[in-house]
Write a protein that binds this ligand. Structure first.
Ligand code: F6P
Length: 367
């Protein structure tokens, strides 16, 4: 079908490569179909409140390498349970999905491209039975989406985390310290695992393998005895000690976003290590640096491939799907297969076997 007018929004936490997708969708829609492209501002909020930006090949021409998203984003704008504060300061939830559907219709759109992670894609899918033809485009630095080999934004985050480890290696070795790097990823350890291997970490702790502090200490001591009184630990923000829970920086109840914020495990771990050994321990929390800035080449190319394929899918009338990388192809998978699922690292994954085979301690008895 010939596309006349399409809409796009970016939702959830930002990551590098979002603008590459916006540019690809816009260019493919304009160049192949002569279509108009409407960008909704700040995720689903733009759809609810009808806040838009007209996208063209002109105003997207310089954004391929730009971090963030020119459309803006938010991870607190669920239109089916929109959270805001009432006059007394209490958080209240309202269903504003009808306003979002009305905006979609008012603009006379052929389809809506929803660029986001698991939460945003699930919201997009909920609009399908309401008569909004949706195509999902997977993004997140966490790489925790099912049915796609990689999400864009992830490789850039791995590069950033890996470079941080390189820098911690030299200062840690100079001072004979235990250096801890805490990285993002929520309940998935992909960033910690790949960047940890790439950056030569001696210990990698991920949420999927609850760690025992004795194993961590043993590895540090072994290294010290062998003449290397410094160690590098990569810890995922969702990592947990056996028998304990993840370290939470802020609970979800008081937040408009409604989900708890992880963070602080690096400092917790430092205290645990200091209870057992006398080496100096320092913690670095990489935080949102992993999400900002220029996308690496892989993410630029992946974002462009996904955006272009999404427009092809729209022209073919394939809706209710997500474009996904199934190397070497970009394929379509039903959005319903993803709902509520998060792809964590399988504990027997080849990357874990690789790490352990070269002596990296994963917080468990080495296998
Ligand atoms: O899902 C992406 C992510 O960066 C997670 O890795 C992290 O836990 C979370 O978002 C941080 O969210 P916020 O931007 O709300 O602090």
């Amino acid at each position: 079908m010939a596309l006349k007018k399409v809409g796009i929004l970016t939702g959830g936490g930002d990551c590098s490569g979002l603008n590459a997708v916006i540019r690809a969708v816009t260019r493919a829609a304009v160049i192949r179909h002569g279509a108009e492209v409407v960008g909704f501002e700040n995720g689903f909020e733009g759809l609810v409140f009808d806040r838009t930006t007209r996208l063209s090949t002109g105003n997207t021409k310089d954004i391929l390498t730009l971090g963030g998203t020119i459309l803006g984003t938010t991870n607190k704008g669920n239109p089916f349970a929109y959270r805001e504060r009432d006059a007394d300061g209490n958080i209240v939830e309202t269903d504003r999905s009808a306003e979002a559907v009305a905006t979609f219709r008012r603009h006379g759109l052929d389809c809506l491209f929803v660029v986001g992670g698991e939460g945003t894609l699930e919201l997009g899918y909920k609009f399908t039975p309401l008569g909004v033809p949706v195509i999902g485009i997977p993004k997140t630095i966490d790489n925790d989406l099912h049915k796609t080999d990689y999400t864009f934004g992830y490789q850039t985050a791995v590069e950033v985390a890996c470079e941080a480890l390189d820098r911690l290696q030299t200062t840690g070795r100079s001072h004979q310290r235990v250096m801890i790097l805490e990285v993002m990823g929520r309940n998935a350890g992909w960033i910690a695992l790949e960047a940890g291997i790439g950056g030569g970490a001696h210990i990698i702790l991920i949420p999927e393998i609850p760690y025992r502090i004795e194993n961590v200490i043993r590895k540090i001591q072994l290294r010290a005895k062998g003449g290397s009184p410094f160690s590098i630990i990569m810890v995922a923000e969702g990592a947990l000690e056996e028998g304990g829970g993840a370290v939470v920086a802020e609970s979800g109840t008081g937040r408009l976003q409604g989900v708890e914020k992880l963070g602080g495990v690096g400092f917790y771990l430092a205290e645990r290590i200091k209870q057992h050994i006398d080496l100096e321990v320092r913690t670095t929390v990489l935080g949102h640096i992993q999400r900002g800035g220029t996308p690496c080449a892989f993410d630029r190319v992946l974002g462009t491939r996904l955006g272009s394929r999404a427009v092809e899918a729209a022209a073919a009338g394939d809706f209710g799907v997500m474009v996904a990388l199934d190397t070497p192809d970009v394929v379509l998978v039903p959005l319903k297969d993803l709902a509520g699922k998060v792809r964590t690292v399988p504990v027997d994954h080849q990357l874990i076997r690789t790490a352990e085979s070269i002596g990296i301690n994963m917080g468990r008895e080495s296998m």
